[in-house]
Design a protein around this ligand. Structure first.
Ligand code: PA5
Length: 445
């Protein structure tokens, strides 16, 4: 069994006629993706990657991971956006949020995803005196956050281990031929892995971008790709009722057209938290453009029922929830009887915590639905590599279809440039002199 879409709580929000009306548009959007004749069609390499991936590079990824596990106590992954979120999401989901503390072996830390000196100093402290390796990931090879962190960590590695040994411990995942990182890697002799030209950052989790850190973490990357390949085959089905991806894309667009402009990804499994971050990037960057798009948010329940729960139940009615329901948790516990029952919890005695969590989910879905928040449920059988492979492919395909339904190019991100230009101008980067003057005046400096 794989991911299934449960729409029973949507019946009071969407009727059959609405599904029927949108279906031809969904099918057309999917056909446009397959025919590669829509906007951004140069970036559709992810669609068949689970089958057509580079087998030779895949073996090199496994070999590099084995070497890193053998010769390192720490792997630092430097990357931002699509160049780190997917790997982190899968590692934390499958290995657990505390895998670094619980596993005796190698630790994995992520950096280059902010410009905070405090954060980078923490990473330095975690690496100092340890046998560490660096996986620097950047498709463009020029991203400021990543390049800055990498410059600092590379120096630390060279200082601690010498230049020759450091060069054996740096792994660069970047463009096949272009960019500063690729040139540097070639000059220094670092091992390189390729982000294919036709795969954009946020669609790159099934390339070396995601697979190398995953393999180092001990994730079975064959199983990840197997799950993704299964999704690729099953979701090619054009039968609307059988294709969960079609229905998911349809539902979110129907709801958006009704003014439900915020989609909240909710899970009752804290291990899903980073996947929420990956989803926010995937959908936010793909759809939020030309004045359009759903704003993606994420919550971890029941934790956030004690914070965001109030708003969802009772605040502005422009929301809907996509609940990711992991049917079988990675581990379970049974509540024991307490003869004194001072905490009053004996009514739960003998129950598995997964049952309690499920009841909390069901109760919340009913409450939120009653409060005017449509809820759709994506049922995922288990938290493992294969299901995650399936799920990331599902969401990427749904995103491509949804983007075309919305009428945007889901594969570009022109809006990201605005902050970069201002930042470069304010930092005095050559070529930005006029803009710098204008911005400094605005800042009153
Ligand atoms: O989806 C995208 O393209 C972006 O989010 C990128 O992944 C992110 O900006 C990092 O870019 P790069 O890999 O070039 O450093």
């Amino acid at each position: 069994m794989s991911l299934a879409l449960n729409t029973k709580h949507l019946s009071s929000f969407i009727n059959e006629e609405e599904y029927k009306a949108i279906y031809p548009q969904v099918e057309a959007a999917h056909k446009t993706l397959e025919a590669k004749n829509g906007p951004g069609s140069d970036f559709l390499g992810w669609m068949y990657l689970p089958r057509d991936y580079d087998k030779e590079e895949f073996e090199r990824i496994k070999a590099a991971a084995a070497k890193i596990r053998e010769d390192s106590d720490v792997l630092v992954v430097a990357g931002i956006g699509g160049s780190y979120l997917g790997a982190r999401a899968v590692i934390e989901a499958v290995k657990g949020m505390y895998h670094n503390e619980l596993d005796n072996g190698l630790k994995i830390y992520f950096c280059g995803n902010s410009i905070s000196p405090t954060y980078l100093n923490d990473i330095i402290a975690l690496c100092k005196g340890k046998r560490f390796s660096i996986n620097v990931i950047s498709k463009s090879g020029t991203t400021t956050e990543t390049s800055l962190a990498f410059r600092v960590l590379r120096r630390l590695l060279e200082d601690e281990m010498g230049v020759e040994e450091a060069n054996k411990r740096i792994y660069a995942t970047t463009d096949r031929a272009r960019g500063t990182l690729k040139s540097l890697a070639d000059r220094e002799g670092w091992q390189t892995f390729v982000i294919p030209d036709d795969v954009g950052g946020r669609y790159s989790v099934l390339t070396a971008v995601g697979l190398l850190p995953m393999a180092v973490a001990g994730i079975d990357i064959d199983a990840v790709l197997r799950g993704a390949q299964k999704a690729m085959t099953e979701l090619a089905n054009e039968d609307f009722t059988a294709n969960a991806c079609y229905r998911y894309a349809a539902i979110r667009n129907i709801l958006l057209r009704r003014g439900k402009a915020i989609e909240i990804y909710a899970s009752y499994e804290p291990r899903f938290t980073q996947m929420g971050e990956w989803l926010k990037q995937l959908y936010g960057e793909s759809e939020g453009k030309d004045g359009k798009g759903l704003f993606p948010a994420s919550v971890a329940f029941t934790t956030d029922l004690h914070s965001m729960g109030q708003f969802i139940q009772d605040g502005s009615r422009n929301l809907f929830e996509t609940v990711i329901d992991f049917i079988t948790p990675a581990a379970d516990l049974t509540v024991e009887e307490d003869p004194e029952n001072l905490d009053g919890l004996n009514f739960l005695s003998g129950m598995a915590m997964r049952q309690i969590n499920r009841r909390a989910m069901q109760g919340t879905i009913l409450a939120h639905t009653r409060g005017g928040v449509p809820n759709l449920v994506l049922e995922v059988p288990a938290i493992n590599e294969e299901e995650y492979g399936y799920m990331v492919y599902f969401f990427m395909l749904a995103c491509g279809i949804s983007g075309y339904l919305l009428g945007v190019n889901p594969f570009d991100q022109p809006g990201v440039e605005a902050y970069k230009k201002n930042m470069f101008a304010l930092l005095g980067k050559p070529g930005y002199e006029d803009l710098r003057q204008e911005l400094l005046e605005k800042l009153g400096e």
